[in-house]
Design a protein around this ligand. Structure first.
Ligand SMILES: C=CC1=C(C)c2cc3[nH]c(cc4nc(cc5[nH]c(cc1n2)c(C)c5CCC(=O)O)C(CCC(=O)O)=C4C)c(C)c3C=C
Ligand SMILES: [Fe+2]
Length: 446
């Protein structure tokens, strides 16, 4: 079981790890609501906002989750050296959207980035947009569906695709990072261009799906006439832990996923494998403290997997299904021993996923995985369109993603037999915005 979507994960040592990381409890939409009492607040707040009590959805939600006494009002700070939503303990839900520019004005884009920064900061605090400034005669600044909900650990992470740098009127081509070179075609890729790439990426993660969706919807609304949405992706059930305080979740193949992931507690590992160091790319000094996001929509052949023996499933992964322990023995967090042999050869098969993805097979590289499960209905043959929306943050995709993906696509039993990559994106994620700055300021200037 993953931790409750409305409760912060307990820290191993007893405290709240999010507090340890410097997060703060803030006044939240739900906090205000709970303080006023659910029934009373519906009347007062609903009337003030011109919303009828019968259209207010929170009462039912709060009662159902039974959390009115202890609302999940944890706020992840938006500003900082690095953007939030990367080493932040992975929340339960994802809404990611890619946008394309529909303007030919550099000033329009800069204005949008400023407005998105302001809106993102407000929403991640759990605040309603345009509070106290809206006119009754104009559309509300906030679409409204998160009123009464807490900030739910919302993070908003913004980045830029290669196509953005190629727009002459933006005059940023000479600042394009070399690491944004297009990903190659990998064996067995069947990519849909309409679900891939995009000028700008926005990742919204939260412990409440409605909060994540609300964030993307409001940013899209603010961006009207400057950007249009190219594709979007909902995800549920995080498939990675990014903090040791989090229990390892499971992917849709039923295996623990994220056991050997980089975690925020491994500061040296994150510095080495995630954050772009000073001097990495003289043309793109603005990326110092940033990172690269690789997104891959990976369809999982669920129906075939479900007819596969447990032995074959475990051999494909290289770990046991129940415990997530390496097939060489031990428990979940025991290091795999790839030299261990049994009567039928290597205990961890040569073509198993963990062997081919392990740093020892990949020149020591690691990545910070932060993916989500997805389901999107079913196809014409009645098969689930489901899989893993793989997200990884890496210091340089040329060293930390492409070689590993080539190895996996060509020879990993999991990839060859049970997976198909159907969409792809690569984005430069600039560093965090400090007080008074906007996201991307280093690229575009004040
Ligand atoms: C290119 C990188 C990777 C892709 C794509 C990928 C897809 C993918 N993985 C699983 C399931 C598991 N992966 C596990 C470990 C693991 N996977 C990668 C990389 C990619 N996975 C790495 C770097 C690792 C860690 C290897 C190590 O250091 O041991 C595991 C085992 C548990 C764990 O450590 O997380 C599982 C299970 C699926 C289902 C999938 C695509 C749908
Ligand atoms: Fe994997």
């Amino acid at each position: 079981m993953t931790p409750s979507s409305t409760s912060p994960a307990p820290a191993a040592g007893g405290g709240d790890p999010r507090d340890e990381e410097g997060r703060r409890r803030g006044v939240s939409r739900r906090g205000l609501f709970a303080a006023a009492g659910v029934t009373g607040a519906v009347g007062v707040t609903g009337a003030a906002l011109g919303i009828g009590a019968t259209s207010w959805p929170l009462g039912a939600r709060a009662e159902k989750s039974g959390d009115t006494a202890a609302p999940a009002d944890v706020v992840v700070p938006f500003r900082g050296e690095h953007q939030a939503g990367i080493t932040t303990p992975a929340q339960d839900r994802l809404h990611m959207a890619a946008f394309d520019l529909v303007t030919d004005s550099r000033a329009d884009l800069i204005l949008l980035l400023k407005e998105w920064t302001r809106a993102a900061e407000e929403m991640t605090r759990g605040n309603k947009l345009g509070e106290g400034t809206d006119s009754y005669l104009a559309p509300p600044s906030d679409t409204g569906e998160a009123m009464g909900l807490s900030a739910a650990n919302l993070t908003i992470t913004i980045g830029f695709g290669r196509s953005l740098f190629e727009k002459p009127f933006l005059k940023i081509k000479d600042k394009m990072p070399a690491a944004l070179e297009p990903l190659p075609h990998f064996p067995n890729d069947k990519l849909d261009p309409a679900r891939s790439d995009g000028d700008i990426i926005v990742q919204a993660c939260a412990d409440d799906p409605q909060v994540a969706v609300h964030a993307i919807r409001n940013l899209a609304r603010i961006g009207f006439s400057t950007v249009s949405m190219r594709w979007s992706q909902l995800g549920f059930g995080r498939t990675s832990s990014t903090s040791r305080a989090q229990a390892t979740p499971r992917n849709l193949f039923g295996f623990k996923d994220g056991t050997a992931n980089l975690t925020s507690e491994d500061a040296a590992g994150v510095d080495e494998h995630v954050w772009v160091p000073e001097g990495a790319d003289p043309k793109a000094a603005w990326m110092t403290g940033g990172t690269y996001l690789v997104a891959r929509r990976i369809r999982m052949r669920i129906e075939i997997w479900d007819r596969t023996s447990l032995q074959e499933q475990e051999a494909s992964i290289g770990r046991t299904k129940t415990e997530g322990a390496p097939l060489s023995g031990g428990e979940e967090f025991t290091e795999p021993d790839f030299s261990a042999k049994g009567s039928r050869g290597e205990l961890i098969a040569k073509d198993s996923h963990v062997r081919l993805a392990h740093p020892s097979t990949n020149e020591g590289v690691k990545m910070l995985r932060r993916g989500y499960n997805y389901t999107d209905g079913s196809d014409e043959l009645g098969r689930l369109d489901a899989g893993l929306f793989f997200i990884a943050f890496v210091v340089d995709p040329r060293t930390h993603f492409t070689p590993m993906q080539n190895r996996l696509s060509a020879g990993d039993r999991l990839h060859v037999e049970y997976l198909q990559h159907v969409a792809s994106g690569l984005y430069a994620i600039p560093p965090g915005a400090r007080e008074g700055e906007y996201i991307g300021q280093g690229l575009f200037g004040a």
